[in-house]
Design a binder for this molecule. Structure first.
Ligand code: F0G
Length: 439
């Protein structure tokens, strides 16, 4: 999946040779035909904007039925009191995360070239998605590489249940990523990590659905957690193409949020000044940082295990997105992530820790005055609330030992928004008394 120059491949279209819509609201006509799988799919109903495959090749399992939720209590928490905060809830996808958008596109390409086996390294969601698409479509056999003990039980249970060959590597995601590339090259297995450019084509549609839900208006900000940087790269590409096609007249600003314990993009972009630089980012800045990481033995480490990544494969494409969208990068602490997650649970649709980084990042940017209190902001909730119950239960627990073990050990000091369970004996009067006391 790499070019001879060593960089990742990118999908580029000759727009003059494909049917293209005159305006975005044209896509609304698809809704009246939603009994057809491709018109129903939240990816393929935008087929004309990712025209790399003939329709009969498109693979769908019903992905992309997502929701843009206007969340006023979360907006208050973030500090947006005059504008509006929206949560794009990608947890509604069939495997519970945004990954299904890209997986349907990658499976489509794999089908076009007749691949029979597919592999990925994963922090859990890509693997769940790959395993599900294999199970439902039966087009390929799935092989997943995960860091041992590095993915949440919710995600691991999906891969096992859906029947993927699950290879646990003694190492973390960065190790697994390296190995899966080697193994795929050696055995000729189709790689579905976001080094695969078709994955990003599918992920562009998250932005189309956001615009659709806003009546085709452009928000001021898109805020997204950053891990392997596939999503942010795809978002930048989506807006660049829409602008080039004359379908929008401005692009939103992009904020990418790292966890402090996995903050390569923040370090390189905000501290060391790495930029897209017309397609020639200064590689010596990146190499120098990776040498430092190796020398210090520093590994990625965050409760937001989905984004526990130190060597993001889409770094360069992400720099392009930051350039196009006048982007910023921030890092948020474990405490900020978990507090934001509790707020999303209490007033949004709930999410896993990595997703809450977007809300924590938005709050930070409002406090800095970078995001205005009257802006319209869309935070991407990348994964479902049920993906990582361990972190959630530890936050709300009354058991100090459990709190310390899961969260205290990571520097989380308090659970300001905890909703603690009430313990009562199995006695009717006691139960009635407890309910009267607490409700
Ligand atoms: N949020 C969630 C819930 C994720 O699973 C991921 C990535 C991200 C955010 C970061 O997105 O990589 O596009 O910057 N998960 C990958 C995986 C790495 O293996 O499931 P990104």
């Amino acid at each position: 999946m790499a070019c001879r120059c060593g960089q990742l491949l990118d999908v580029a279209y000759d727009w003059d040779r494909v049917e293209r819509p005159a305006s975005l609201d044209w896509f609304e006509t698809k809704w009246s035909r939603r009994q057809e799988p491709l018109a129903f799919s939240g990816v393929w109903r935008f087929r004309e904007l990712l025209p790399f495959a003939p329709p009969e090749m498109a693979v769908t399992i019903g992905e992309g039925q997502t929701l843009l939720q206007k969340a006023s209590t979360v907006a208050k928490y973030v500090g947006i009191d005059r504008g509006a905060l929206y949560l794009q809830y990608e947890g509604m996808n069939p495997s519970g995360s945004f990954k299904d958008n890209g997986m349907s596109a990658a499976f489509t390409h794999a089908r076009m070239i007749g691949a029979r086996r597919a592999a990925c390294a994963s922090t859990g969601n890509t693997s769940a998605s790959l395993a599900l698409y294999c199970a439902v479509t039966r087009l390929m056999k799935g092989i997943i590489f995960i860091g041992s003990g590095k993915i949440s039980y919710g995600k691991l249970s999906q891969a096992l249940d859906y029947g993927a060959l699950t290879v646990q590597i003694a190492g973390d995601f960065d190790d697994a990523m390296q190995r899966v590339k080697e193994v795929s090259a050696q055995l000729g297995i189709y790689l579905v990590n976001s080094v695969n450019p078709f994955r990003l084509e599918g992920q562009k549609t998250i932005m189309y659905r956001v615009l659709e839900a806003l009546g085709w208006e452009i928000p001021d900000w898109i805020v997204v957690p950053g891990g392997n940087l596939g999503n942010s790269s795809a978002f930048g590409k989506a807006f660049t193409e829409l602008k080039d096609l004359g379908l929008i007249d401005r692009v939103p600003r992009l904020a990418i949020i790292n966890a402090v314990g996995a903050n390569t993009l923040y370090e390189l972009y905000e501290r060391r000044g790495l930029r897209w630089n017309g397609g020639r980012p200064d590689q010596s800045i990146v190499d120098g940082y990776y040498v430092e990481l190796d020398a210090s033995g520093k590994r990625a480490d965050t409760i937001a295990s989905a984004i526990e990544i130190n060597r993001p494969v889409n770094l360069n494409k992400c720099l392009r997105a930051l350039e196009v969208c006048d982007g910023v990068v921030r890092e948020v602490t474990e405490q900020e992530i978990l507090d934001a997650k509790a707020q999303v649970g209490a007033g949004g649709l709930g999410c896993e820790p990595a997703s809450a980084a977007s809300v924590a990042g938005a709050k930070q940017l409002v406090a800095e005055g970078v995001i205005g209190r009257d802006d319209r902001v869309v935070c991407i909730l990348t994964g479902h609330q049920l993906k990582d119950p361990t972190a959630t239960v530890a936050y709300h627990t009354t058991d100090q030992e459990q709190f310390n073990k899961v969260l205290g050990s990571r520097g989380v000091k308090r659970a300001a928004f905890a909703n603690r369970a009430v313990t009562v004996s199995n006695n009717l009067d006691e139960i009635v008394k407890a309910i009267q006391l607490y409700s």
